[in-house]
Design a protein around this ligand. Structure first.
Ligand SMILES: *Cc1c(COP(=O)(O)O)cnc(C)c1O
Length: 426
């Protein structure tokens, strides 16, 4: 068949865009060649509804092995008894857990979406907010941090059946132990969504949710640097004490409830090419090179946060424990919105996203903040010495936001800095 020049030319353009720019979107990363190869392999041709050893299709003897390797490596990486590697995305993983643990209309609690929570934690436009009844805990306006005493008060008042720890724009670590004691007081299931910091948690650079949370969900493509996808983990499998039943009315182990909520509950056939790529990525995450990588991600983030603060920017919570930071533009540039900054920086080949800050006076479409993360630039090979240079470039654009020649000049320096670096520096 004739080569589809239109699409493949666009893929080349996208590769060029990724290579020339400074990628600061906190949820993005650059996968290794091996992860990419596994994703683009013949495994995409295979139907494999079910789980290894129990499939609804023949010819699964090979994908049974690749999926089992992904499961085993995930269990090693997180010291977990159970892993389900089939969720197509982080949102799908969360949807399956909610389906396994809640009945329509049940109350669950997560971080306020405008304070950094994820849309799958109860947004009114997401199934989590349409099918169930979400209530929120929040961060404190003065500190930018979660107040666990107030979280407990909300839990005691609202009696959620499930509580979610974790967020998309929160730069501090989580007290899973405290959250478990809150969950136990109201007999709730505690779930951690570690989509963002999964890689840092895997290598012990942040608190470990596995011993305290009944269930842990994650994406595999953010700090974990695998293919786009999701995963569900259980530290120690247990017979659920809440009397949760399968759609057939059977009371089962938590792992079995999750398995049936993923398939057939919310998904059909698994993406075995992506699962093989997850196996490769988990293997990489177990190496010494990856340990060096996550250490550098964290170092780069803390140096970058300090460089922003030295220039007079306000970082929500005053710093970062992980790979990202949320910047409140209002202290330095009260009249400039996150949207303007995002748009100006894109023209300078610096990509980041506008983000609501807690207690934002602007809408989610304009916002007073930007979110910045270091996972992607660290994969490109940038080190802490280069973080203040990037902050200077960003500050130069924001300080003269409508000046096209400044944007053009920053863009040429960005391109010069990035052009020769490989997309994946290891
Ligand atoms: C990114 C993210 C998700 C969703 O991941 P998708 O793969 O985009 O569905 C879920 N939860 C949190 C906290 C996230 O940051």
């Amino acid at each position: 068949m004739k080569k589809d020049k239109i699409v493949f030319d666009l893929i080349k353009d996208e590769e060029e865009r990724q290579r020339l720019g400074i990628e600061l979107i906190a949820s993005e990363n650059f996968v290794s060649d091996q992860v990419m190869k596994a994703m683009g392999s013949v495994l995409t041709n295979k139907y494999a509804e079910g789980y290894p050893g129990h499939r609804y299709y023949g010819g699964c003897q090979i994908v049974d092995q690749t999926e089992q390797i992904a499961i085993d490596r995930a269990r090693t990486l997180y010291n977990a008894e159970y892993a389900n590697v089939q969720p197509h995305s982080g949102a799908q993983a969360n949807m399956a857990v909610l389906m396994a643990c809640l009945k329509p209309g049940d109350t669950f609690m997560g971080l306020d979406l405008s304070h950094g929570g994820h849309l799958s934690h109860g947004s009114p436009v997401n199934s989590s907010g349409i099918l169930y009844h979400p209530v929120a805990y929040s961060v404190e306006e003065e500190t930018g941090m979660v107040n666990y005493d107030k979280m407990e008060a909300v839990a005691l008042r609202e009696k959620p059946k499930l509580i979610i720890a974790g967020a998309s724009a929160y730069s501090r670590d989580w007290d899973y132990k405290r959250m478990r004691s809150i969950a136990d007081k109201v007999d709730a299931i505690l779930m951690a969504d570690i989509a963002h910091p999964a890689g840092l948690i895997a290598r012990g650079l942040l608190n470990d949710p596995i011993p305290y949370c009944h269930i842990v969900t994650t994406t595999t493509h953010k700090t974990l640097r695998g293919p786009r996808g999701g995963m569900i983990l259980i530290g120690k499998d247990f017979e659920n004490p809440w009397g949760l039943k399968t759609p057939k009315g059977e009371i089962k182990m938590m792992s079995q409830l999750i398995d049936s909520a993923v398939f057939p509950g919310t998904q059909g056939g698994p993406l075995e090419h992506v699962i093989a790529a997850k196996a490769v990525a988990f293997g990489e995450a177990l190496t010494d090179e990856y340990m060096e990588y996550v250490l550098q991600v964290k170092k780069n983030a803390s140096v970058m946060a300090k460089a922003f603060m030295d220039k007079g920017y306000k970082i929500i919570s005053g710093g970062t424990d992980n790979h990202l930071m949320l910047i409140d533009l209002r202290t330095k540039f009260p009249d400039i919105t996150g949207k303007q900054v995002e748009n100006a920086l894109v023209r300078a080949d610096i990509t980041l996203n506008k983000n609501m800050v807690p207690f934002d006076s602007r809408s989610p479409f304009t916002t007073s903040g930007i979110r910045v993360g270091t996972p992607a630039i660290t994969t490109r090979g940038l080190k802490e010495d280069q973080m203040p240079i990037i902050v200077d470039l960003i500050d130069e654009v924001i300080s003269d936001i409508n000046n096209e020649s400044v944007i053009e000049s920053v863009r040429s320096r960005v391109n010069e800095m990035m052009a020769e670096l490989p997309l994946n520096a290891w």
